[in-house]
Structure formats: C-alpha cells, structure tokens
Design a protein. Structure first.
Length: 274
C-alpha cells in the first residue's frame, strides 16, 4: 500500500510571527520583570534556552556530534528528532568557536522545528505509528519539506530578532528622524550614538548589513547577514521593493511597545545545511 503523503501544518505567517514574538516577550517579562533599562535589553539564545525553553518545552540540545553531509554534499549544521524531542547542532558550530551561524541554526531547530512544529510532528508520528513518518521522503513531499523549512526560518528570524527589540536597538543606536534611503552604490553617512560614521555601500543588501553591524550587540551573536535580513523588513531603510536576499537553507528530510514608525505593514529529523 502506498503511504499517505503528509501535508505541512497550516500555520499562517501571522501565527508564526505572533508565536515567535510572544515567546521572546514571555522570556523578557519573566527574566527582567517590570523594571528595565531599554538600553540593556537584548536577546541571547543560550539564556532563553536555559531559562524558558528547556524548562517549559523540555527540549534537549546536543552540540557534540558530527552530523555529516546531505545527499548534495552540503554540511548539515542542525537537525531535530521529534521522537527524542532533541535538537542536534553540529560540533563544528560548538559555542566556544563563536560561529555566527550557530545562533540562527539553534533558533531554526529549537524554535522552528521543535517549538513551532513539534506538536504537529508528534501527532503525525502517533497517527502513523512509525518513526519513518518523519524520516522518509516517501511520506514528506518536496513541497511539504519546503513549507516546513520556510516556517522554521520565519520563526527563527522573528525569535532571534523580534520586532520590539529591533525597534529599540535602532532607536538607541541611530536615534533616527528619517529613514535611510538606498540610492545606489556609494559612501553613506550614519549617525551612530550621535557621531557620524561613513561606510562604503555596494548594494541594498550591503546597506542593511551595515545597519545590522551597528546593532548586532543586542542579538546574542546572530550573524550580520541574518540580522540584515530583518533590518530590510523595517521601514528604517528604504530601497528596491523586493526581498533583499535569501538565507540559504536546505533540508534532507524534514511587553514592550514596538515603535511603529520603524516598521511597514509588514519531522523527526529536520536537517539544516548551509
């Protein structure tokens, strides 16, 4: 009998963003309480994991194994095993190396696959009563895998750099009174803590990453590339009306008030490679 193909969970973008942002606010409320200095607020995956994620979701995190390569020869940096409720991060990204790819990988596996999709994956496992439901491509179509990965990436991006913190960071560092306009390659001036800084910019992507560079200290080691992706979604930087750049993701199987002026309208083994 041909196995039934599985559809991806039907989360909307708003639901995914809302769940990711609410998780960061929950941590913020429980960790800092009502009294806080906005200039000191930041997000650090390891602190959130130890104080909120592990106690609440009981997700294990293993970072001392070599996860090998996928069928295309790309290094696998992370995977999630739903039966064990365990996220694995490749040993090449172990914390002491301070590789910026680790932070997004952790948010992707722990946040996206384990927290966001974990219940759905466990339900699929129970329904089909066999672990292969999440490890064999015969039951997970390529489209389903892509949807699962997109959902995990969206959750990871919003947990790693939530709107409320991104807004606070931009206001703190740049104190903007108008957006930064991308007008083409050239030298741009940035008001950083009240002092002018000049940077050569080659593209809209580059402009977003320059801005990300100056606020990166608020985001617990998140890469400038990943943070630049989030900066591009704000109305603080204006440029081409297109998605500025993609973070490469492949898979073998699968409350502070946000300053509104900064933003426009805005399977048991899930693998991540780059």
């Amino acid at each position: 009998m041909t196995p039934r193909r599985l559809l991806a969970p039907s989360f909307t973008k708003q639901e995914i963003v809302g769940q990711a942002e609410e998780m960061t606010k929950e941590f913020y409320r429980s960790f800092w309480g009502p009294e806080f200095d906005t200039k000191l607020i930041g997000i650090n995956f390891d602190v959130v994991f130890e104080n909120l994620i592990y106690p609440k979701y009981e997700i294990a995190l293993v970072e001392d194994q070599d996860l090998g390569f996928d069928e295309g020869g790309e290094k696998i940096f992370g995977k999630f095993d739903v039966e064990e409720n365990t996220a694995y991060i490749d040993v090449s990204l172990r914390p002491e190396l301070k590789d910026p790819r680790r932070i997004f990988t952790c948010w992707h596996e722990v946040g996206g696959h384990a927290i966001l999709q974990g219940d759905w994956l466990r339900q699929m496992l129970q329904t089909h009563r066999q672990r292969e439901v999440v490890t064999t491509e015969s039951m997970l179509t390529p489209y389903t895998v892509k949807v699962l990965e997109r959902q995990a990436n969206l959750f990871a991006s919003r947990a790693a750099a939530p709107d409320w913190l991104l807004g606070l960071a931009i206001l703190d560092v740049f104190d903007p009174y108008r957006p930064v306009h991308y007008t083409g390659p050239g030298r741009y001036s940035f008001n950083v803590y009240g002092q002018n800084r000049y940077r050569d910019v080659e593209s809209f992507n580059d402009l977003c990453q320059v801005i990300a560079y100056y606020i990166r200290h608020r985001f617990g080691g998140l890469s400038v590339e990943a943070l630049g992706y989030r900066v591009a979604e704000t109305s603080f930087v204006l440029g081409p009306q297109r998605k500025p750049f993609e973070l490469k993701r492949t898979a073998r199987v699968p409350s502070p008030v946000m300053p509104a002026q900064l933003f426009g309208p805005s399977i048991p083994v899930m693998s991540y490679a780059q």
